[in-house]
Ligand binder design. Structure first.
Ligand SMILES: [Zn+2]
Length: 127
């Protein structure tokens, strides 16, 4: 399944592979692309037909939550650029941070002494 099954004419797209992704649509077979010509962020594309509008796409790791397209890209092993890695890490940390409901875990994190071993602040990037 290493050939695209549908027409796709974006010159900036790199074909990744063809396959299924039930999280997107269990009944469809997709051609997956990463588009490298849409500004500073790459897009991930899942095409499911020849018609021009028969595709799903989104900026890779570009939304607040991990999108279904992001999950498909990650699950299938898309290699991330360094800045995409950073966005993924920040996103995962943010998802976890929002689960620190009763703040008890945060208090445990911040209690018991101060130590600083770097300049990254993924849990509280705006502090
Ligand atoms: Zn493209």
């Amino acid at each position: 399944m290493n050939e695209p099954g549908y027409a796709h004419d974006c010159p900036h797209c790199r074909f990744l592979g063809r396959g299924r992704a039930a999280i997107l649509d269990a009944k469809k077979t997709f051609d997956f692309y990463v588009c490298e010509g849409s500004g500073d962020r790459r897009s991930f594309i899942a095409r499911y037909g020849n018609r021009e509008d028969q595709y799903m796409s989104g900026p890779l790791l570009g939304t607040a939550e991990l999108s279904h397209l992001d999950l498909v890209a990650l699950y299938n092993g898309l290699e991330l650029l360094p800045e995409e890695n950073e966005r993924l890490l920040a996103k995962l940390a943010d998802m976890y941070r929002r689960r620190l409901g009763g703040v008890r875990e945060y208090q445990k994190l911040s209690a018991g002494g101060e130590v600083s071993f770097g300049s990254g602040n993924y849990l509280f990037p705006n502090n």
